[in-house]
Design a protein around this ligand. Structure first.
Ligand SMILES: Cc1cc2nc3c(=O)[nH]c(=O)nc-3n(C[C@H](O)[C@H](O)[C@H](O)COP(=O)(O)O)c2cc1C
Length: 340
């Protein structure tokens, strides 16, 4: 239904307009008494067969929605109805911010890929806290936190602490995002000293809480092997619970879309099918260290999900694949899990 009827209409629109229209549609459907059942049918869901225990949490299935789709936690009940075992909301920043000028999100259909330079457009941590108070029970919700664009890197730690303080009691797990390519200088926070400062201060606060919240780090696929090793060392030293690998890439290698068209789209992070092998290489390196890892980047079907688990992911997330395949992707992934 999505691929044959809804997607052709949505793909005629600007990518971000299509995203916003889809959100309005999902809100309308969820306001109907049979809303959840309608979405379950669209997703062609199977009963969940294989729950996963990780970070002290129970995931009813290991298929998650990646950060950036629901930046403001607006559709939690819909994601549960669409069959996701978990959703990572955000990236949220302490203060609301508009993000980069539009257009800032593009499709590369020949590559089953997207390029975006949204730049953490979001309603801020206080607005997210209100939404998280209505979290459905059976959905694990992670909160992905970042810094405001106008906060210099020298004081970035304060932004992460602010988000943490406002949202930790409402989150099942939290993710420190230092890997988006669309906030100038953000990825420099993956450097050893900066990272150590941010993660140790967050963990310090975390350990003083009644309930310590599982804390993870999301990393870029563009780190060198040496840089990944340094990140692993910092994550181990600060006793983080896990790593999310990976964010979007700044590389444009190996695309089928003509390079002139790709260049015309401008800067941004590339996601979707072309990211799979690249993200899996980073994932494998992290997995070798024994750190529990959420695998994300390039899942568009059952085979690419299997490759992610074969690389050692404990849980997986999708974003671009969901844009291209729609709700039925979750049903397909569930069936692949059940037949393993
Ligand atoms: C339009 C768009 C917005 C995104 N926004 C965020 C974000 O705010 N925070 C974040 O950590 N990742 C963000 N991501 C990255 C995704 O969470 C994911 O890591 C990446 O897209 C790779 O997965 P995929 O190939 O399944 O899309 C975004 C991705 C896209 C396509």
């Amino acid at each position: 239904m999505y691929e044959h009827l809804i997607k052709p209409l949505l793909f005629r629109l600007d990518a971000e307009d299509a995203h916003n229209l889809t959100f309005s549609g999902l809100k309308t459907v969820m306001s109907l008494p049979a809303g959840a059942a309608i979405l379950g049918a669209l997703a062609e869901l199977e009963p969940d067969g294989k729950p996963v225990e990780l970070f002290g949490l129970t995931f009813r299935n290991p298929i998650g929605l990646a950060a950036g789709m629901d930046k403001n936690a607006e559709l939690l009940k819909a994601w549960a109805a669409l069959g996701f075992g978990f959703v990572e909301v955000g990236t949220v920043t302490p203060r609301p911010q508009p993000g980069n000028p539009k257009p800032r999100m593009f499709r590369l259909p020949a590559d089953t890929a997207l390029i975006n330079r949204l730049g953490f457009n979001n309603n801020g941590a206080a607005a997210m806290a209100k939404k998280l108070r209505h979290k459905p029970d059976r959905l694990v919700v992670g909160v992905n936190i970042g810094k405001n664009k106008d906060t210099p890197n020298e004081t970035a730690v304060d932004d992460y602490l602010s988000c943490f303080e406002q949202l930790a009691s409402l989150a099942d797990y939290m993710v420190v995002n230092v890997s988006s390519p669309n906030t100038p200088g953000l990825r420099e926070l993956q450097d050893k000293d900066a990272l150590l400062q941010i993660l140790s201060e967050l963990q310090h606060r975390n350990y003083r809480r009644m309930r310590r919240v599982p804390l993870l780090l999301k990393i870029a696929p563009d780190l060198t092997a040496e840089q990944v090793d340094e990140v692993i060392e910092v994550v181990q030293r600060t006793a983080l619970d896990g790593i999310v690998a990976t964010n979007t890439t700044i590389s444009r290698d190996g695309l089928k879309t003509p390079s002139s068209e790709v260049e015309a789209l401008g800067a941004g992070g590339l996601s979707g099918a072309p990211l799979l092998n690249h993200a899996n290489a980073v994932l494998q390196q992290v997995v070798k260290s024994g750190i529990p890892t959420i695998g994300v980047g390039g899942i568009t079907d059952a085979a690419s999900m299997r490759a992610k688990f074969a690389a050692g992911a404990k849980l997986v997330q999708v974003y671009s694949g969901y844009v291209y395949r729609g709700p039925a992707l979750v049903g397909e992934l569930q069936r692949a899990l059940l037949s393993q």
